[in-house]
Write a protein that binds this ligand. Structure first.
Ligand SMILES: CCCCCCCCCCCCCC(=O)SCCNC(=O)CCNC(=O)[C@H](O)C(C)(C)COP(=O)(O)OP(=O)(O)OC[C@H]1O[C@@H](n2cnc3c(N)ncnc32)[C@H](O)[C@@H]1OP(=O)(O)O
Length: 206
């Protein structure tokens, strides 16, 4: 793709499906009063998470930071292990980095929510060793449905747009994990007071 065509692609609005457009009765997102302050690192919601877990040796080790409003930023360094084509990031890994960054918005709403739908535009290739600057925000909320979007820029927060995503997260109760997760990991989580505290930080009504 030529530079001109790339600029055109970056400027194009994301071509989202109808289910990612908030309904007319959707409301603006409300930052929870106990949400981490702007600038604060959010930490991991689960130490073994592939996206953010510190104890996950194969993971992306994303660290998201709270911003004003219902917005977070994160940096993701593309490592050789993340290649798809030679020297370039795999698209699925980039989608994971977007998904994880969008998932961290939960900390600011103080709800537990999982990805229902994630649509991604890959605008330009991302070379190994690049730092992808991710910026995500909640655009609207309708009942349990959380409409959000994210962008990833290469090299700096003002760098060229490489990836964009629109997503629908669905609020769930903690039972979603207890009922569906493998009992081994669920039991380990329940026995860990740190993990229980982290999970509580997501819940308005535990
Ligand atoms: C203990 C440890 C705790 C850790 C806490 C932190 C966790 C954070 C993790 C973050 C990790 C990073 C993030 C991750 O990787 S999260 C991991 C990836 N995501 C998942 O595994 C989710 C799998 N899906 C499900 O479990 C269910 O389908 C869910 C829960 C999502 C909905 O099933 P549920 O039976 O509950 O609800 P519903 O079916 O009545 O739907 C409700 C409404 O939503 C609408 N809808 C649903 N799906 C879609 C869709 N695809 N497109 C468009 N719309 C959709 C639907 O039409 C309906 O609308 P309306 O009719 O009301 O208008």
């Amino acid at each position: 793709m030529s530079n001109d065509n790339r600029q055109e692609a970056a400027a194009r609005p994301p071509s989202g499906s109808a289910s990612l457009i908030p309904p007319p009765d959707a409301t603006a997102p409300v930052r929870h009063p106990d949400a981490p302050a702007p600038g604060e690192l959010l930490g991991s919601h689960y130490e073994h998470c592939f996206g953010c877990g510190g104890l996950q040796p194969h993971g992306l080790h994303l660290e998201a930071r709270a911003r004003e409003g219902v917005r977070v930023t994160a940096e993701f360094t593309v490592r050789p292990a993340h290649q798809g084509a030679p020297g370039l990031a795999h698209g699925g890994v980039l989608a994971t980095a977007l998904d994880e960054t969008l998932g961290s918005l939960n900390w600011l709403l103080r709800v537990i929510a999982v990805t229902g739908r994630l649509e991604t535009d890959f605008v330009r290739p991302v070379p190994v060793d690049s730092v992808l600057h991710l910026d995500a925000e909640v655009n609207a909320v309708a009942g349990r449905k959380i409409y959000c979007s994210a962008v990833g820029r290469i090299g700096s927060p003002e760098g060229p747009v490489a990836v964009r995503a629109s997503a629908l997260f669905i609020e769930v109760k903690v039972d979603h994990f207890i009922d569906n997760g493998r009992s081994e990991e669920i039991q380990a989580v329940m026995a860990d007071p740190d993990q229980v505290r982290r999970t509580r930080a997501f819940e308005v009504n535990p």
